[in-house]
Ligand binder design. Structure first.
Ligand SMILES: [Zn+2]
Length: 480
């Protein structure tokens, strides 16, 4: 185009000038392209009024070395620059967008200070400090856990399993196009409370409840059986998930490892506390917790062998279910100190939000449990405003690279529209005992006039939360 234009205008065709202009045009095109994707995604709505959950997976080695990888690096760089700027809300204030979620893969070519793409990793650290994302996948640890593969999760944390039956034409394992059939979550705290601390009873009730979850998962699966591709042509006919014929049933995609189905679990911490009186960070608690996790995996393997459906263990996000489970526990068992005395229960294998533990110990401890959550899980550390301490963010990222497959940093980036305060907005109790958000600068409590972004787990919420989740956020201790 540049050559054509210059010819038309009678300008000389100096290669150096043409290259310069071309490069400049390319950069501006990348910029517009990224902006278009960002705005299209957050202004699109699904039928229930939510932004579609899209995860952008930024993995340099997904393309071959050379020009194409450098081009990908340029796109990744622009994504992060624009994320740091934020997007304007309905009042024209620049705020943290919740979507798309960004994942940045740490690898040999970007994690060391002398790596070729280290500048991108530094940019990612700044972006995380400002906007909570990207989250991080360690290519090194993932290859150990996933038979040499590095691939994205779906949404916030749901991972497909590596299946020998699912290969691309070039012989590599297939991930793109595969999907998940749904989740049913076992409330481990309820199993512990129902056994009243009796260990034999615990294992007996656990097996019963797992069978109940199994039946519920079968309901999800059977609900999908017989679905024809026409119900969602983009998914089933045009290649998002498959290229089936019109009127063809999706049934074969539900078997043989093409899709997975998830056995979720919650409250490993409270379960341990009820059974043994200690946290799972205690060696005795850890041994028991790992044994329970192993049982969940063994059950999934048993069901998979019998039915050819790919069951896998999944650390459920439980954005609202945490409150529902906690309320149900209180109703059945009353208040048991350290077990049912909160309006939430602990997510998956996580260390309790109030437990004092430093970032590095937490990530190291949780990595043993992540191994036993092949259907997905994410670890996080809670940190203060880190924008003035990027080297510390980079230290955490290097630790993630060496120790854990998938982790994130929960930073704070709120905004008060009344006074312009830019920092952390607090949770306080109002006169009626309800938890409310309050600007520490001007005392504003109007949720309509503030922008709060918190990671409830795995993904960012900006629409405020129920009382159980709000209490959990309030109780979080800092790990750094
Ligand atoms: Zn204010």
């Amino acid at each position: 185009m540049v050559i054509e234009e210059r010819k038309e205008c009678g300008e000389d065709l100096n290669d150096e000038i043409i290259d310069k202009i071309t490069e400049k045009r390319l950069l501006s095109e990348v910029k517009s392209g990224i902006q278009t994707i960002q705005y299209q995604l957050i202004t699109l709505m699904t039928c229930n009024g939510q932004t579609p959950f899209v995860t952008m997976f930024m993995y340099l080695d997904e393309v071959e070395d050379g020009q194409i990888r450098d081009d990908l690096a340029l796109i990744i760089q622009e994504v992060m620059i624009q994320r740091m700027a934020g997007v304007k809300n309905e009042k024209g204030v620049w705020v943290t967008p919740a979507f798309p979620k960004l994942i940045y893969v740490l690898d040999e070519d970007n994690i060391h200070e002398d790596s070729k793409y280290y500048y991108l990793t530094e940019l990612a650290a700044k972006c995380t400090a400002k906007r909570m994302v990207p989250d991080y996948i360690s290519a090194k640890i993932m290859k150990e856990l996933k038979q040499g593969n590095v691939y994205t999760c779906m949404g916030c944390r749901s991972f497909l399993t590596v299946e020998e039956s699912q290969k691309n034409p070039d012989g590599s394992h297939k991930f793109y196009g595969r999907f998940n059939q749904g989740v049913v979550t076992i409330n481990l705290v309820d199993v512990a409370c129902s056994s009243y601390g009796d260990m034999d009873k615990f294992w007996e009730i656990l097996d019963e409840r797992l069978e109940l979850c199994h039946r519920a998962l079968r309901c999800r699966h059977e609900r999908l059986l017989g679905t024809v591709s026409d119900v969602a042509p983009i998914l089933w006919q045009h290649g998002a998930l498959a290229r089936l014929q019109k009127g063809e049933k999706i049934d074969e995609l539900l078997y043989n490892g093409y899709s997975t189905i998830s056995l979720g679990y919650a409250g490993l911490y409270e379960m341990c506390y009820r059974m043994l009186g200690v946290s799972h960070t205690d060696p005795m608690g850890k041994e028991f917790a790992l044994k329970v996790m192993q049982r969940l995996n063994d059950k999934c393997a048993e069901w998979k062998a019998a039915e050819n459906i790919s069951y896998s263990v999944y650390g459920t996000p439980m954005e609202s279910t945490t409150y529902k489970f906690a309320k149900a526990l209180q109703k059945r068992f009353g208040i048991i100190k350290g077990v049912t005395d909160k309006n939430y229960i602990t997510n998956s294998y996580h260390v309790h939000v109030t437990e004092e533990i430093d970032a590095f110990d937490k990530l190291k401890f949780e990595s043993d449990f992540q191994k036993l959550s092949p259907g997905g899980a994410i670890s996080y550390i809670e940190v203060p405003d880190m924008q003035q301490n990027i080297p510390a963010v980079l230290s955490v990222m290097k630790f993630i690279y060496d120790n854990i497959m998938y982790a994130e940093l929960n930073t704070k980036s709120d905004y008060c529209e009344v006074c312009g305060y830019d920092g952390e907005i607090n949770i306080v109790e109002d006169s009626a005992g309800k938890l409310v958000w309050e600007c520490p600068n001007c005392g504003n409590r109007d949720q309509e006039r503030m922008s709060v972004a918190r990671r409830t787990c795995g993904y960012i919420g900006t629409q405020f939360w129920n009382q159980g989740r709000t209490q959990e956020i309030k109780d979080r201790v800092l790990h750094l």
